[in-house]
Design a protein around this ligand. Structure first.
Ligand code: NAD
Ligand code: DAU
Length: 355
C-alpha cells in the first residue's frame, strides 16, 4: 500500500512523513516543490529507506501528478503543500493564490480523473485528505466560544483567504463529483523543523543569536498551540476513520497570548542555556509595528474529533514547548542551514524599520 503526501518536506509534512513511516509503515510518495520552506534535511534520517520516494515538483503540475498517481496507485492523498506564512502573504499574495488555490485545483482535477477510473474496493477505500487551518474562521473576541466546524468562514489575510478557497474547492469536489474527501482545520503547530520565520522558532533563534525578540503590537493576541506530532496523529486518525465529506477541527485547548509564549520560551532558555551576562532573555523583547489586519484570537473546539474518533493530544503546552526548545538547542546545525541565504533577505524586509 502507498500514500501520496504533498508538501512533505515542510514543517508539518516532514513530521508527518517521519511519523507515518514510524507508525504505519506504508510507502510514502512525497511530492514537494522545495520552496524556501521545503527542506530535505528534515528527512535526512530516511536516506536509504525504500519506503520514502521523494519527487521534486508542484501540485499545480497536472501532468506530473497524473503520472505519479498512475505509476504508484496510492490508496490516499494527504495534501499539506501550501504557502503558509501570513506575513509573506501580506507582502506578496500572488504565490498564495497560485499554490493554495490553483495548485489545489489542479491536484483535485488529477485526483478526480485517477479516482474516477478506480473500481471496486480501491475506489471505495480511496481518500483525499486536505490539511487546512483554523484561520479560515477569522478572529474571535475575548469571550467568544472556540471555533466549531460549523463556524462561518471569515478569512482575514490573503493566506487564510487562499486556504478558505481551497477548502471550498475540496468540499465542492465531494458534493459535485462524490470525491471521497476529508478536511482537517488545525490550530497553530509548533515543534521540530519549524521554519524560523514563525513566532516560536524565530524567538528561540533570535534569543540565542542576541537579536531582538519582535512582538507585534501589544503582544496580547491569542493563539491555540498544538505540538506538531499531535497534529500528525490526528491526521492519521481522520484518514483511518473520518466520515467522508466531513471536516474535523484539530487543537489542544492551549490558548496563550503571544507575550506569555515568549515569556515561557525565555524562562526555559534562561534555565537550559543562560545568557553570558546573567540577564534573562526577556531583556531582548522588543515591541514592533503590528501585522496589518492581525487576527486577535484563535481557539479551536476539537470535541468532534475526540467524540467521534477518540483522538486526544499526547502533549500539554508545557511538555511540548520544553521538547521544542531542547530540539532547537540540539539541532543548531539545522537552524544555521535554514537561516542562511534568502532567509536573511526576508528578515531584513520584514523587520527593518518596524521598531
Ligand atoms: P510549510 O510552509 O513549512 O511547508 C509547506 C511545504 O509545501 C514546503 O515543503 C514547500 O516546499 C511545499 N510546497 C509549497 N508549494 C508547493 C507546490 N506548489 N507543490 C508542492 N509542494 C509545495 O508549511 P507547514 O507549516 O508545514 O503547513 C503545512 C500545511 O498545514 C499547510 O497547508 C498549512 O496551511 C497547514 N497548517 C499549518 C499550520 C501551522 O501552524 N504551521 C496549522 C494548521 C494548518
Ligand atoms: O492558526 C494556524 C496558522 O498558524 C497556520 O495556518 C499558519 O500556516 C501558521 O503560520 C500560523 O499562523 P500565525 O500567523 O498564527 O503564526 P505566526 O507564527 O506567524 O505568528 C503567531 C503569532 O505571533 C501571531 O499573532 C503573530 C505574532 N508574531 C509573529 C511573528 C513572526 C509576533 O508577534 N512577532 C513575530 O515576529
Amino acid at each position: 500500500m502507498t500514500i501520496l503526501v504533498t508538501g512533505g518536506a515542510g514543517f508539518i509534512g516532514s513530521n508527518f512523513v517521519l511519523d507515518w513511516l514510524a507508525n504505519a509503515g506504508e510507502t510514502v510518495i512525497n511530492l514537494d516543490a522545495l520552496t524556501y520552506a521545503g527542506n530535505l534535511d528534515n528527512l535526512a534520517t530516511l536516506v536509504g529507506d525504500e519506503r520514502h520516494v521523494f519527487v521534486h515538483g508542484s501540485i499545480g503540475d497536472f501532468d506530473l501528478v497524473s503520472r505519479l498517481l498512475a505509476e504508484h496507485q496510492p490508496r490516499a492523498i494527504v495534501n499539506f503543500a501550501a504557502e503558509s506564512h501570513v506575513d509573506r502573504s501580506i507582502h506578496g499574495p500572488g504565490d498564495f493564490i497560485q499554490t493554495n488555490i490553483v495548485g489545489t485545483f489542479q491536484l483535485l482535477e488529477a485526483t478526480r480523473a485517477y479516482w474516477g477510473a478506480l473500481t471496486g474496493e480501491e475506489r471505495e477505500n480511496f481518500r483525499f485528505l486536505h490539511v487546512s487551518t483554523d484561520e479560515v474562521y477569522g478572529s474571535l473576541a475575548k469571550d467568544d466560544p472556540a471555533f466549531s466546524e460549523t463556524h462561518r468562514y471569515e478569512p482575514n489575510s490573503p493566506y487564510s483567504a487562499s486556504k478558505a478557497a481551497s477548502d471550498h474547492l475540496v468540499r465542492a469536489y465531494h458534493h459535485t463529483y462524490g470525491l471521497p474527501v476529508l478536511t482537517t482545520n488545525c490550530s497553530n503547530n509548533y515543534g521540530p523543523y519549524h521554519f524560523p520565520e514563525k513566532l516560536i522558532p524565530l524567538v528561540i533563534h533570535n534569543a540565542l543569536a542576541g537579536q531582538p525578540l519582535p512582538i507585534y503590537g501589544d503582544g496580547q493576541q491569542i493563539r491555540d498551540w498544538l505540538y506538531v506530532k499531535d497534529h500528525c496523529s490526528a491526521i492519521r486518525r481522520v484518514l483511518e476513520a473520518g466520515r467522508l465529506g466531513e471536516t474535523y477541527n484539530v487543537g489542544g485547548w492551549n490558548e496563550k497570548a503571544n507575550l506569555a509564549v515568549v515569556d515561557t520560551l525565555c524562562a526555559i532558555l534562561d534555565e537550559l542555556q543562560p545568557r553570558g551576562d546573567g540577564l534573562s532573555y526577556r531583556a531582548q523583547v522588543t515591541f514592533v509595528k503590528d501585522r496589518p489586519g492581525h487576527d486577535r484570537r484563535y481557539a479551536i473546539d476539537a470535541s468532534k474529533l475526540e467524540r467521534e474518533l477518540g483522538w486526544k493530544p499526547a502533549e500539554t503546552f508545557e511538555t511540548g514547548i520544553r521538547k521544542t526548545v531542547c530540539w532547537y538547542l540540539d539541532n543548531q546545525a539545522w537552524v544555521n542551514n535554514v537561516t542562511s541565504g534568502s532567509y536573511r533577505d526576508w528578515v531584513g524586509q520584514q523587520y527593518e524599520g518596524k521598531q
